[in-house]
Design a protein around this ligand. Structure first.
Ligand code: ZN
Length: 306
């Protein structure tokens, strides 16, 4: 079939379709287990990428030998020492990247202990509110660049399919997407690194991100902030640096409980719009998010570590 129907497949190494078929097999396994959706067909020119097994490529300093292409210069050396497992070559924002999987020994490098712990309440107005009262606002790259994004996607949809101008518009759009995702990643990495360095124990709420994203009004803000990515980074950095992440289950009423006396407010009196409230029992004034993060910290001491 390859020669007659898909001649372009002969332009690449034969291992590339082989690995793609293995990956398709994995995707079907996950589908039959109910873990993921039915595999999607891929299209040439959309998210172009291919993988290589470790016997298919070689890395020598700042260059990599790719079958059929030969030596290709890389921007930087491979930073990690260890057994090379595989490589994925992909395009993002009109730039080509190679991602190399390396098996590492002893990745745990404990950071100095600080004897401090913190509770974090994640939200929309402030990305994170810490139990010490600190509030962290996320840059909202999507919001700032949304108009540009709208304009570019409109301009793309007006261009004729297959035309040179359409290609140009597509390039512009994918560069913008790339920029936005870089701003977001940079911010999140700096934030999670500083949190894991500053605290020995970090307590979070188990948010039902999927459920929240279904709520349309909240969804753009949440996708923009990257709650899921925030948590993923915290967990892997804590594992690497010998710190602890704890999670409070999502049915714990962290917002409604008074962190001073434990009184639980009526839900009707504490809608999302209420940012400040006073406990009717002990008369303490609360900032909604700070109170929630203190509760998360106090409650988390009773739960399992993740
Ligand atoms: Zn109270």
């Amino acid at each position: 079939m390859k020669r007659q129907q898909f001649p372009f497949m002969l332009e690449v190494t034969k291992c590339s379709p082989q690995l793609a078929i293995i990956q398709l097999g994995d995707a079907f396994k996950r589908f039959f287990k109910g873990e993921s959706k039915y595999p999607q067909f891929r299209k040439k020119g959309v998210n172009d990428r291919f993988s290589l097994s470790n016997d298919q490529f070689r890395i020598d300093g700042k260059r990599i030998k790719i079958p059929n292409l030969g030596w290709v210069k890389m921007r930087e050396n491979l930073r990690l020492q260890g057994k090379i497992l595989s490589a994925k070559i992909f395009k993002q924002g009109e730039k080509w990247f190679v991602s190399v999987a390396v098996e590492l020994q002893n990745i745990i490098k404990p950071q100095p202990k600080t004897d401090k712990q913190v509770g974090i309440d994640l939200g929309i107005t402030d990305l994170a509110t810490l139990s010490n009262g600190e509030k962290i606002q996320a840059p909202k790259p999507l919001k700032a660049k949304l108009n540009k994004l709208k304009r570019l996607s409109k301009s793309l949809s007006r261009k004729q399919k297959g035309s040179k101008n359409r290609e140009k518009a597509k390039t512009k759009l994918s560069r913008l997407h790339f920029k936005i995702s870089n701003i977001r990643k940079d911010f999140l990495h700096k934030l999670t690194t500083s949190l894991v360095k500053s605290y020995d124990v970090i307590c979070l709420e188990n948010l039902n991100v999927k459920g929240m994203v279904k709520n349309r009004k909240l969804s753009r803000a949440i996708n923009d902030l990257g709650f899921y990515e925030f948590k993923r980074q915290l967990i892997y950095k804590a594992n690497q640096w010998g710190k602890i992440i704890k999670e409070v289950d999502r049915f714990y009423p962290s917002s409604k409980t008074c962190s001073c006396c434990g009184f639980i407010m009526d839900k009707a009196n504490l809608t999302l719009a209420v940012r400040y409230w006073t406990c009717p029992n002990c008369k303490t004034s609360h900032d909604r998010d700070v109170n929630a993060s203190i509760n998360i910290l106090n409650h988390a001491t009773k739960v399992l570590t993740i």
